[in-house]
Design a protein. Structure first.
Length: 355
């Protein structure tokens, strides 16, 4: 059986789509599962056990109509697919199904232009719907032909050599693996989505005082290095904080997350990587990010706080973006973070780990 999954867009979305490929892999023995991704994300999924082949599109290819159409035609005609799952169902991505109308299962989302291309359609993900539940729902039509063994696990894969290599790099930068390590996302890709720096600084200080055995690595984009280092110096260069450990690629970030114990800070793609590697996470969500959707629940502890925790949705809409972010009070976040630590982190074990 040949299956094609189309999942263009951002890092987090693509990582979360692996609940679908993992479920397919364990349910349909011997199936070939091909995935379509943005080319910059493809290295993240190299060697993934539930993915047979990756087709990539560059931004240039996606924005050149003739090049894009020709490549979609080639993909759909070199393999006869039994199942096509279009996870975004944009005007462009529906071409995969238009060129494969013989495919028995053409699955996508309910949009005005998808009525005649998909034979199984679903509503787009709702604001309070888990993205895991939404993604797995796309597999319901397949229950008519086989037992589907659903999994809520979204995963990434790296080799032991990659993990160990990055671990040694962390040791060279001063990390002591006899003590626990937390990765703290101090910024976000879109600045306006970041929690106020003074709040993050205050929270970091509280965390260090309460959990002195933890080592904290600041996670940030390379172009933010000067700003983060200046902020670090303004904090007095706390001994438990490391600003000199950087992942130079998404795959190195996977290796870093494989070597940490906890993820904190701003919500984003890095959190999804940490979650995919089985690491607990506690984050702050921006107003436009539904924590019900993007902090999905499975067997890996994950919690978030957002403006919606402090004010009703109808009242929040009347505030500016900046004022919405100000609703997330640092004292309340700290209180919830301590509860999270007590519930999911064996601190007594961690605090005595040097003994």
């Amino acid at each position: 059986m040949n299956i094609l999954v189309i999942r263009f867009r951002q890092m987090g979305d693509s990582i979360l789509s692996t609940v679908l490929t993992n479920t397919l892999h364990q349910s349909l023995e011997g199936a070939r599962i091909d995935v379509v991704l943005n080319d910059n994300l493809a290295p993240l999924f190299a060697g993934h056990p539930s993915i047979s082949n990756i087709y990539t599109f560059s931004n240039k290819e996606r924005h050149n109509a003739w090049t894009y159409i020709r490549k979609v035609w080639q993909i759909t005609h070199q393999t006869r697919y039994d199942i096509i799952i279009d996870m975004r169902s944009t005007v462009n991505t529906t071409l995969f199904s238009w060129f494969s109308l013989h495919t028995p299962f053409r699955i996508g989302l309910k949009k005005v232009y998808t009525r005649f291309v998909f034979n199984h359609r679903f509503d787009v993900c709702g604001y309070k719907e888990s993205i895991i539940d939404h993604n797995l729902k796309l597999l319901h039509p397949l229950e008519s032909m086989s037992d589907i063994n659903y999994t809520r696990d979204f995963t990434l894969h790296i080799t032991e050599e990659e993990k160990e290599s990055f671990r040694q790099y962390m040791v060279m930068q001063g990390i002591d693996f006899r003590r626990p390590v937390a990765l703290l996302a101090v910024t976000t890709r879109v600045k306006i989505k970041s929690w106020a720096q003074e709040n993050m600084r205050w929270l970091t200080q509280q965390f260090i005082e309460r959990y002195p055995n933890f080592q904290i690595i600041y996670n940030y984009a390379p172009y933010e290095e000067a700003e983060v280092i200046e902020e670090y110096r303004n904090e007095g260069c706390p001994a438990n904080v490391f600003v000199n450990i950087q992942a130079k690629s998404p795959r190195e970030l996977v290796a870093m997350c494989a070597n940490i114990d906890l993820f904190l800070g701003n919500e984003g793609g890095a959190r999804h990587i940490a979650h995919s590697m089985g690491k607990p996470s506690f984050v702050i969500c921006a107003p436009t990010v539904s924590k019900y959707t993007w902090i999905p629940q499975n067997n890996v502890p994950a919690e978030a706080m957002s403006p919606s925790d402090f004010l009703k949705d109808e009242d929040i809409r009347e505030l500016s973006y900046e004022d919405q972010m100000k609703l997330v009070k640092k004292e309340v976040v700290w209180k919830h973070l301590q509860r999270f630590m007590e519930k999911f982190i064996d601190y007594e074990k961690n605090i005595n780990s040097n003994a």
